[in-house]
Write a protein that binds this ligand. Structure first.
Ligand code: HAM
Length: 430
């Protein structure tokens, strides 16, 4: 009896990027690094696992992320509660504090990588997804808020993406939010009868989030609620106007969305989101804002900060709608061979070609020329090099152009002396 092993599959909401798709990821990452470099941002890396209290304190106890989306578990070896990062900001700030990064100057930093949220998977919403996270630490003015937003506008342009719209709002400062909150609670109390379970539960703990409801029965109540924007004092308004003026300078259109609250509690003053109708229900490609209180909240010496994150899966989806993928070849030169001696020569030849920067695959194992050529063709290599007994005896290799590498397609098979081969191929490929 043959016992078939059952397949182990990936976890729901966690995706594989196979070679073709992954090439696209790498292309995007390379572009993104160049874009960030142009603004003086430097890469940093922090662990995926952090103490749970970093996120409960940093993101806020009464947020969807902390209440129901974190991958939290107890380390069985020492009983510590650990969480897989649901976002970058808290960890970046933790690292900046721990290493005294803001000691003598502000820091512009970024990170790219996986983050984890236990949400219901659908298009654009996954349990492991990836963010490009950008943080300007230690900078207070509206100039930097605007620069970050203009910077994102440049990325859309670089990628040839249009149809992404900017929405901004100001969440003001603590006291302003407190005054608004009191007025809001009063409003919610007057409409208690139509609040759903989430609404009732959050009425006193996070009333702002009650307005973020998708429940149609609560929309009219939410629309009529007192607006935080009306509670902003002069300084907060001036900051916001400073951001808007600079966006106008740069020709970046925006819409004021007074209902935008963001899903994390650390924000104050400017918040913004870039949204599109090209991604189905998951419309937000990029979200961020100012978080002047977080560094102190996480135990550092108080310092202002602002940043944003872009969802990479959503960005790739969007990019693909404007710039179709072009399959990348597996190599530039594919070497086919016949006989033991030729196979060994092929391996050495490949090394010499790699020395001059070419990407080379040597057909592995022995097979007929026909089946080797089939593989060569499937690899999308531009050139096939043939080493057989006849070639070796004559001190040459046969070279066949599989694809036009220069303007003139050349299908004939050429005979090139082995001594000239490296220079010849290098010239052909470049
Ligand atoms: P966020 O709005 O929670 O902000 O996430 C940023 C972006 O990540 C979203 O706009 C979206 O594109 C993407 N995203 C979120 N959840 C998912 C998911 N389940 N699947 C796929 N993509 C998703 C933050 O995380 C803040 N830390 C941003 C920030 C940085 N604020 C200041 N600095």
């Amino acid at each position: 009896m043959t016992q078939a092993f059952s397949k182990v599959t990936a976890i729901r909401g966690m995706n594989d990027a196979l070679p073709g798709a992954s090439a696209r990821w790498e292309q995007l990452e390379a572009l993104v690094r160049e874009w960030l470099r142009a603004y003086g941002y430097r890469n940093m890396r922090a662990p995926i696992l952090e103490h749970t209290r970093l996120f409960t304190r940093g993101i806020g106890e009464v947020t969807d992320i902390v209440e129901k989306e974190m991958y939290t578990f107890t380390d069985l070896l020492n009983g510590e509660s650990l969480t897989m990062r649901p976002e970058f900001t808290a960890g970046m700030v933790r690292a900046a504090i721990e290493h005294n990064l803001l000691y003598d100057r502000p820091q512009r930093v970024y990170a790219m990588g996986p983050v984890f949220r236990h949400e219901r998977p659908q298009r654009g919403r996954y349990r492991q997804f990836h963010q490009i996270d950008v943080e300007a630490l230690g900078l207070a003015g509206p100039d930097i808020d605007a620069e970050l937003i203009v910077m994102v506008a440049r990325l859309w342009k670089l990628l040839g993406i249009s149809d992404v719209k900017l929405e901004i709002n100001s969440l003001g400062q603590g006291e302003e939010r407190a005054a608004h909150r009191a007025a809001l609670i009063e409003h919610l109390e007057q409409h208690k009868d139509i609040l759903d379970e989430d609404g009732l539960r959050r009425m006193y703990t996070n009333p702002l989030r009650v307005l973020d409801t998708k429940n149609p029965a609560m929309q009219a109540m939410a629309d009529a609620a007192p607006k935080l924007f009306d509670f902003l004092g002069e300084t907060s308004r001036a900051h916001f106007e400073g951001v808007c003026a600079r966006l106008k300078d740069a020709g970046v259109p925006y819409r004021l969305n007074p209902r935008m609250v963001r899903g994390l509690d650390y924000y104050n003053l400017t918040v913004f989101e870039w949204v599109t109708d090209k991604l189905g229900a998951q419309a937000t490609v990029c979200g961020g804002g100012r978080y002047d209180g977080l560094i102190e909240l996480l135990g550092g010496k108080g310092a202002p900060a602002v940043g944003f994150a872009i969802g990479m899966e959503r960005l790739l989806d969007l990019w693909g709608q404007y710039q179709p993928e072009v399959a990348a070849p597996e190599c530039e030169v594919y070497i086919v061979h016949q006989g033991d001696e030729a196979q060994r020569r092929a391996a050495l030849l490949a090394e010499s070609l790699r020395d001059v920067g070419l990407a080379v695959i040597v057909h592995a194992g022995a097979a007929s020329f026909k089946s080797q050529f089939k593989r060569a063709d499937a690899s999308a290599a531009a050139i096939a090099v043939i080493l057989g007994g006849d070639e070796l005896a004559a001190g040459v290799a046969s070279v066949k152009m599989l694809r036009a590498v220069d303007q003139t397609p050349d299908t004939a098979q050429l005979s090139v002396p082995l001594d000239d081969l490296v220079a010849f191929l290098k010239d052909k490929v470049n």
